[in-house]
Design a protein around this ligand. Sequence first.
Ligand SMILES: [Zn+2]
Length: 165
Amino acid sequence: MEFGPGLLDRLDSNHILRTVEVPNIQLDDNDKVMWLSNMNKKMSFSTEQTWMDLRTNWPNVVWKNVVWYSRFIPKHAFILWLAVQGKLMTQDRIARWQSKGGIQCALCKISADSHEHLSFQCEYARGVWNELEPLKYRLGIVYDLQDLVSSIAILEKCEKYRIGG
Ligand SMILES: [Zn+2]
C-alpha cells in the first residue's frame, strides 16, 4: 500500500475497514481493556482468558492424574510422563538410528531394554513388582505400561468416589 494523497480514499474502499465497528466514545466514562475470546465473546481482559485462548488445547489423557498428582516428585513425574508416551531413550529406540549391536539392559544384562522390558519383563522389574503385591492385587492383571497407567487412573477414580460418596 502506498502512502500519500488519496490514502484515505483507498482505505475507505477497503471492505475490511467497512466491517469494523465504530467505537461509541463516552467522554464521561473511563476506558476499559476488552478481550474478544475465541468464542467471539467480548469480555473484560484477563490473563487467564488470554492464556486459554492462546494455548493449544490438547485432549485429556487418562493418565494425567497418575503422572501429575498434587505431591508428585518432578523427576519421577517427568520420567513417567516420557514412559507413558513411549518416549524414554530406551535402547530399542536408539537402535533405530544408531545400531552398534550388543546392547543390553543395564539392570539385568540379558536383553536390550525397551519400555515393556523396563516395566515388566526385566528381572529387576519383576522383583520390584513382587514387592508390590498389595498393589498388584488391587490393580488386577495388567499387560503393558499403558494398561498399568489406565488401571491406576481407574482405581484412583474409584477411590475418590468411595471417599467422596
Ligand atoms: Zn533388564
